[in-house]
Design a protein around this ligand. Structure first.
Ligand code: SRM
Ligand code: SF4
Length: 554
């Protein structure tokens, strides 16, 4: 491994990893100390690699910090078995806040787990043959693949590839097992170096997604590595390989920016593993280890250029990248309602408001799903739009499943507006330490106002993609939305406009600050103009580029 010389000192995280290459810290010791209600700050950094974030309930800060843990599960492609789903459901009731949060990378998180329940929760996850390892930290994160069962055999092939890559790119630290399975703090650091990640892992997180054009439900170009399936005569012939996407930025730091990946060219299926490994090692060896705000692969690609990256990748992988094959994305988004799979079985796409699976007084979604999964054993899929799919259902079971959903007050996607179904929110308050403004909790209300503004101009069926985050990190990928709201301060958001439905264009900053109560006043005139000026079924984002960006430029 060659780490280029740097003039600045390595960041504190680099020194921590170097000192504890197995990522053990003193986690097991702290777990055993039942008096301690939290982990040390250093252990907090190691815990991330184990899929755990130490958070506090920010609503309760005024009365003293209450430490709670967030746990993230790994589920490549978001597909799990019915048995695994039932175990996650059980664990969320026993140890978390009775909710399951579907994430924008097709997996789930538990929130509100007390330190005293952490080990039991992770053990339960592992016993269900899932893991939390490498769902956070400076490693390859959950790999995403197209969710819709309508993708049939090619969808299944990509899912299998995602599993293979996920296994091949997982850290090999023995400490995960010793801490969470054996419950022991054993110092195994002496001489340990991960075969891929070395002693210091990656400079920062690394994300990989697959997509099957014309669908782009994974927002493939927002990933460090995007793998765009190329299908010719019904067969998967390879992938267009895109590098250098990422969303995270910081307010008032122009050196940080959202970026879409560049398509380097075409690779064949047998080159996939080497190509992806090479991309990971380029990040490992050339990513900035001195400044974590500048440590993503996107900055390497932006600064060294596509030609350099292509040549470096070819050398490392020992392959030649061919010219990119033609492809076109038309739309991101999830399938909803009852649909038929290529094998004749049925699947149901469910809208899960802000990705939060829970029971409320009126909608007992979690109970309904538990009942259905217990009785009918469907395959469970989590989508990158924070929704859920129940798949492989016998046509004869459709009515009974529909009845269970109705009995529990679950609202069918058909009864939910197109804009709400297309839109997403990140977690933010009260658990996210980085949130500057509300997101998940505020979004249902924000959408109600947007729905009324769209109704007023006769656009109630318009599936405008609105995404909100509580800070500029971009967890719901707002910078590719048609309307992006990015938290700046409590009740204040930046307003971005002009992403497209295919998620292949970055939105632009339209207003630096919009107060929550001014949002409707800001959007209403734009919707009115859009209703008047749009050409045919021109999407809102395209109209915004044509009408507003041009005005802004002139
Ligand atoms: Fe994220 C940090 C939640 C997808 C960019 N993200 C966080 C943390 C862990 C806050 C923290 O570091 O203390 C949030 C946990 C809050 C909580 O209480 O749950 C958090 N991110 C999420 C999730 C749950 C949002 C959601 O609504 O689903 C998503 C979990 C995905 C998963 O299963 O792995 C999530 N985060 C994303 C995405 C979207 C994606 O990956 O497709 C992005 C933008 C893409 C990218 O990485 O560029 C994203 N999250 C960030 C960043 C900015 C990284 C950067 O390059 O600057 C941070 C901050 C950081 O890492 O320091 C962050
Ligand atoms: Fe937290 Fe910001 Fe991510 Fe939202 S975008 S979950 S506020 S880090």
């Amino acid at each position: 491994m060659t780490i280029p010389p740097v003039s600045n000192p390595p960041s504190a995280n680099e020194l921590l990893k170097l000192a504890h290459p197995t990522l053990d810290g003193t986690i097991a010791q702290s777990l055993a100390d039942t008096e301690a209600e939290r982990f040390t700050d250093d252990d907090n950094q190691f815990l991330k690699f184990h899929g755990v974030y130490q958070e506090d309930d920010r609503d309760l800060r005024k009365t003293g910090k209450k430490y709670i843990m967030m746990i993230r599960v790994r589920a490549p492609g978001g597909v799990i078995t019915p048995k695994q789903y039932l175990e996650l459901d059980r664990l969320s009731d026993c140890y978390a806040n009775q909710t399951i949060r579907i994430t924008s990378r097709q997996t789930v998180q538990f929130h509100g787990v007390l330190k005293s329940n952490l080990a039991a929760t992770i053990k339960g996850i592992n016993e269900s043959l899932l893991t939390t390892l490498a769902t956070c930290g400076d490693v390859v994160r959950n790999i995403t693949t197209p969710s819709s069962p309508t993708e049939g055999a090619i969808g299944a092939e990509l899912l299998a590839q995602a599993h293979k890559l996920s296994a091949a790119l997982s850290p090999t630290t023995p400490s995960y097992h010793s801490i969470w399975i054996d419950g022991q703090q054993i110092d195994l650091n002496e001489g340990f170096a991960d075969p891929l990640y070395g002693k210091t892992y990656l400079p920062r997180k690394f994300k990989i997604a697959f997509a099957i054009p014309p669908g782009n439900d994974t927002d493939v170009l927002t990933n460090d590595v995007g793998l765009i399936a190329i299908i010719e005569e019904g067969k998967l012939v390879g992938y267009n390989l895109a590098l250098g996407g990422g969303m995270g930025r910081s307010h008032s730091n122009e050196a940080t920016f959202a970026r879409l990946g560049d398509v380097l060219g075409f690779i064949t299926p047998d080159q996939l593993d080497q190509a992806v490994r090479a991309a990971v090692t380029i990040h490992r060896d050339f990513g900035d280890r001195t400044n974590r705000k500048h440590a993503r692969l996107k900055y390497v690609v932006a600064e060294r250029g596509v030609d350099w990256v292509r040549a470096e990748l070819e050398t490392r992988a020992g392959i030649r990248i061919q010219a990119a094959r033609p492809f076109a994305f038309t739309r991101q988004g999830d399938p909803f309602g009852w649909q038929t799979q290529p094998d004749g079985k049925r699947f149901l796409g469910l809208f899960i408001e802000t990705g939060r699976l829970q029971d409320t007084e009126t909608h007992r979604t979690k109970t309904a799903l538990r009942t259905i999964v217990e009785k009918f054993q469907p395959e469970v899929r989590f989508t990158a739009g924070n929704n859920m799919i129940l798949a492989n259902i016998a046509p004869g079971d459709v009515d009974a499943i529909t009845a269970i959903l109705n009995e529990n007050g679950v609202v069918f996607p058909e009864k939910i507006s197109a804009v709400r179904r297309a839109s997403t929110a990140c977690v933010a308050l009260p658990t996210c330490a980085l949130a500057l403004a509300e997101s998940e909790r505020a979004f249902p209300g924000v959408l109600t106002r947007i729905e009324s503004a769209l109704n007023a101009v006769g656009l109630s069926e318009q599936p405008i993609i609105v995404r909100i985050t509580g800070c500029p990190n971009g967890c719901s990928r707002p910078y590719v939305a048609e309307i992006g709201l990015v938290g700046k301060a409590p009740g204040k958001y930046q307003l971005y406009l002009g992403g497209n439905p295919a998620a292949t264009r970055l939105a632009r900053l339209w207003k630096e600050v919009v107060k929550d109560e001014e949002l409707l006043g800001e959007l209403q005139p734009l919707f009115a103009r859009y209703a008047q000026e749009r050409l045919g079924d021109e999407p809102f984002g395209d109209w915004a580029v044509r009408a507003l960006w041009t005005e802004q430029a002139s």
